[in-house]
Design a protein around this ligand. Structure first.
Ligand code: ADP
Length: 450
C-alpha cells in the first residue's frame, strides 16, 4: 500500500470491525441460549397450565396464537388440541423438550405428563419467532457500533494525519534543500522515531560535506599547483616562437592549447573561491552599474574585434556585494555573450532598480540556448552540444557554474529567457538592493551609454 495513512486506517478499521463482529456473534450466541432457556421455561409453564386448567368443557379449538400449538393426549387418543395442531402427535410422548417440524415450521416442543389427570399435554412454539426476538436484541446492541464505524474511521484518519505531520515536515525540509546545501536538518518537534531518521540523515550529510570539501580542496590545490608550470610553459613558448618564423602553425596551436589550459585552471580556482561555503566575501556597497561600466570598458576590445554592437543602459544601483566576485560574474556573462554571438551581432547590458531589487541583464543576439537546457547550463562542465559546441568556441562549461555560485552568495536569483532580439538569450540577475550608499542624486542618475 502506498500511503501509510490509508494503510493504518484500513487495518485499524478492519481490526475494529472484526472485533465488533466477534463480540456480536458471542452476544448473539449467549442471547440465543438465554432466550431459549426463558422460552422453554415459559413453554413448560404453559403446558403445565393447560394441564391444570384443562376440562372437557374448556377444550377448545380455541383462539390460540398461531405461533403456539398444543395437544392433550389420553391413552385412548387425542382429547383436545389447538386449532393449528395436526391430528398426529406433534412430539413423541416422552417427557422433556425437543424440536419437531409441522405446519411448515420448526417448533420447540415440550411433552408433560399430568400424573393426576393421567394425560399428556404437548405444547409447541415456533422457533423462528424466538430467533427474531433474539436477533433484534443482538442487532440493537451492535447497530451503534456499525453506524459509528465511518465516524471512527474519520477520527482515526485525522489522528493518523496529525501523527504523520512531523514526517511531512521532514520531507518538506529535505525537498526544499538546495543541491549544495548540506547543512544539518533541524530536529524541531520531531517524534522519537523521526529523531533517529534525522540523526542518521545529519550524519550522512556531514560525511557528504566532508568528502565534498576534500574534493574541492583537491581541485583547488591541483589548480594552484598547475598555475606555475603553465606560466613557465607560456614563457617557454613565447621564447620558442621568437626563434621560429612568425605564424608557425605548430606554435600557434600550442599557444592556443596552453591558453585554454590556463583558462580552465583559472576557472577551477574561481569556482572554488566563489563556492558559498568558501565565500568569505568582504561585503561592501557596490554600484552595479558603475562596476558594469568598468568591466565593459576593460573588455571592449573583444567585442570590437568581432564587430559587435555593445550597448549599455543603467543608473547607479547599490547592492551589498563582493567586488571581486561581481567582476567575475560580469566577465563570465560578457565573455559568453561575446563568444556565442556571431560577428556583427548585438549585446545589450542594463542595470535597473525595481522595488527592492537591482536587476542586471546581459542579452545577446547569438545562438541562444534551447529551453530544455537553460537550467543544465549552470551545472559544472556542461556545454550545449557537449565538447563540440556548434559555435566552435573553446570553453570548459565552468563559467555559468561560477556565476551561479556568486549569485547564490549574494542571495540573488538568476533566470534565463529568450532575448528581445530575433535570436539569442538573456541572463537576468535579481540582487536584493542595498539601502546604504544611496543618495537622491545617485538615484535619479540614469544615463544611457554605448
Ligand atoms: P563555456 O562557455 O566555457 O562552455 P559556461 O558555463 O560559461 O561554459 O556555459 C555553459 C554553456 O552554456 C556553454 O557551453 C554554451 O553552450 C551555453 N551558453 C552560455 N552562455 C551562452 C550565450 N550567451 N549564448 C548561447 N549559449 C550560451
Amino acid at each position: 500500500m502506498k500511503s501509510i495513512r490509508v494503510f493504518l486506517v484500513v487495518v485499524i478499521l478492519a481490526v475494529i470491525t472484526l472485533f465488533s463482529f466477534v463480540a456480536a456473534l458471542k452476544g448473539y450466541q449467549s442471547s440465543m441460549e438465554e432466550a431459549d432457556r426463558l422460552f422453554d421455561k415459559q413453554l413448560l409453564d404453559t403446558a403445565k397450565l393447560i394441564a391444570s386448567v384443562y376440562t372437557e368443557s374448556s377444550a377448545s379449538n380455541g383462539s390460540y396464537d398461531s405461533a403456539f400449538a398444543f395437544q392433550v393426549w389420553q391413552p385412548d387418543g387425542l382429547l383436545a388440541a389447538s386449532f393449528n395442531a395436526p391430528a398426529t402427535a406433534i412430539a413423541p410422548l416422552v417427557s422433556g423438550f425437543d424440536y419437531n417440524n409441522f405446519n411448515g415450521y420448526r417448533w420447540r416442543t415440550v411433552a408433560h405428563f399430568d400424573t393426576i389427570k393421567q394425560y399428556w399435554v404437548v405444547a409447541a412454539e415456533r422457533t423462528d419467532l424466538r430467533y427474531t426476538l433474539a436477533e433484534n436484541v443482538v442487532l440493537e446492541s451492535i447497530s451503534p457500533v456499525l453506524l459509528g464505524l465511518p465516524l471512527v474511521g474519520l477520527l482515526i484518519w485525522f489522528i493518523i494525519g496529525q501523527g504523520l505531520k512531523p514526517l511531512r515536515r521532514l520531507a518538506d525540509e529535505l525537498g526544499n534543500k538546495q543541491a549544495d546545501d548540506l547543512s544539518a536538518l533541524s530536529y524541531g518537534s520531531s517524534s522519537q522515531e523521526l529523531r533517529r531518521i534525522v540523526l542518521s540523515s545529519n550524519k550522512l550529510l556531514e560525511r557528504l560535506e566532508r568528502s565534498l570539501l576534500r574534493e574541492r580542496q583537491f581541485a583547488s590545490d591541483a589548480a594552484h599547483e598547475l598555475r606555475t608550470p603553465i606560466s613557465v610553459l607560456k614563457i617557454q613558448l613565447h621564447n620558442i616562437s621568437k626563434e621560429l618564423p612568425e605564424g608557425n602553425q605548430n606554435v600557434l596551436k600550442l599557444a592556443a592549447t596552453t591558453e585554454r589550459l590556463g583558462h580552465i585552471v583559472e576557472q577551477i580556482l574561481d569556482l572554488y573561491r566563489s563556492s558559498p561555503d568558501q565565500f568569505n566575501a568582504s561585503l561592501e556597497p557596490v554600484n552595479v552599474a558603475g562596476l558594469a561600466r568598468e568591466v565593459l570598458a576593460q573588455e571592449f576590445s573583444r567585442f570590437d574585434a568581432k564587430n559587435q554592437v555593445l550597448e549599455f543602459q543603467g543608473k547607479d544601483c547599490f547592492i551589498q556585494g563582493d567586488r571581486f566576485a561581481l567582476t567575475t560574474l560580469l566577465l563570465n556573462l560578457l565573455s559568453n555573450a561575446n563568444k556565442y554571438t556571431p560577428a556583427g551581432g548585438q549585446i545589450n547590458v542594463s542595470v535597473r532598480e525595481s522595488g527592492q531589487q537591482v536587476i542586471l541583464t546581459v542579452e545577446d543576439s547569438g545562438s541562444g540556448i534551447p529551453e530544455q537546457q537553460r537550467e543544465a547550463v549552470f551545472e559544472r562542465f556542461y556545454r550545449v552540444g557537449g565538447d563540440r559546441h556548434q559555435s566552435g568556441e573553446p570553453g570548459c562549461g565552468l563559467g555559468l557554474a561560477i556565476v551561479k555560485h556568486i549569485v547564490e552568495s549574494h542571495n540573488a536569483a538568476i533566470s534565463v529567457t529568450p532575448s528581445r532580439f530575433k535570436t539569442g538569450i538573456a541572463f537576468q540577475v535579481n540582487f536584493p538592493a542595498a539601502q546604504v550608499g544611496k543618495t537622491p542624486s545617485q538615484h535619479d542618475n540614469e544615463q544611457p551609454d554605448v
